[in-house]
Design a protein around this ligand. Sequence first.
Ligand SMILES: [Zn+2]
Length: 186
Amino acid sequence: MKSALRSRRCRPVAQSRVTSQCGNARSLRGITGADREGGSLTPNVLKQAAAFHGHLGPWLVLGLKAGAHARRKLTASPFELNARVFCPAGTPYTCFVDGVQFSSGCTMGKGNISHVRAKGCRVEFTRTGASHKGTKVQSGSGTMLRFALRSEVWDELHSRSGGGMSGAARLGREFARRPLEALFSV
Ligand SMILES: [Zn+2]
């Protein structure tokens, strides 16, 4: 009992726990829900993300797509990723941040997402091999992936911003079907 409390012995236990959480990351991959190469998001994922965020809209969907693609491309668990989101402060832009949180697993609670006030909208993901509760998961490669919202999409979002919540939801579903490359330069 006493020896089990020694940090040397605790470490593998903690590691296996994190590993099993990364196993959950497999099911989380289901939650991130984008099909191959950043394609459509499933209706179920949109529903869950909308419940998390409070409503469905195109900025949320953009964050979902970028985060899901980063998770898959960098083959990282939510503990091994760091996200820096660059966009103006305030909604609807920061709805993008919630999309990134939901699909990438980079969250305020884990401290591996940050928002930087900026013009335009982009997000940078780094595979860090970050630690959680002091447990090093895996040393990361430091690989970075950047998604910058295309200027024509930015313009479109501003020209189609009317229509209230139902208009935003409709536009969100439309964006969910678009290929990633049509929305971002990666
Ligand atoms: Zn929103």
